[in-house]
Write a new protein. Structure first.
Length: 72
């Protein structure tokens, strides 16, 4: 099971990209995401975007992560 924070793609350079969420930025590879676009939400594992998420789901997940962060 992967406990990943959805990242919103903010930069794309070929198969390399940067994703942002909750004030952090992460580099990733886009080899497994067909036709990635800036603004897409993805789940990243081991530096690779492995799945595109619908925006609604990504925002719900980010809200849940925010609640966990607030408790810790």
């Amino acid at each position: 099971m992967c406990l990943a924070i959805p990242l919103k793609i903010s930069e794309i350079k070929g198969k390399e990209a940067v994703g942002e969420a909750m004030g952090m930025k992460r580099s990733m590879r886009l080899d497994f995401i067909p036709e990635p676009k800036i603004g897409d939400y993805v789940i990243v594992h081991a530096g690779f975007a492995i799945e595109r998420l619908p925006e609604k789901q990504a925002l719900e997940d980010l809200e849940a992560w925010g609640e966990i962060k607030d408790v810790l």
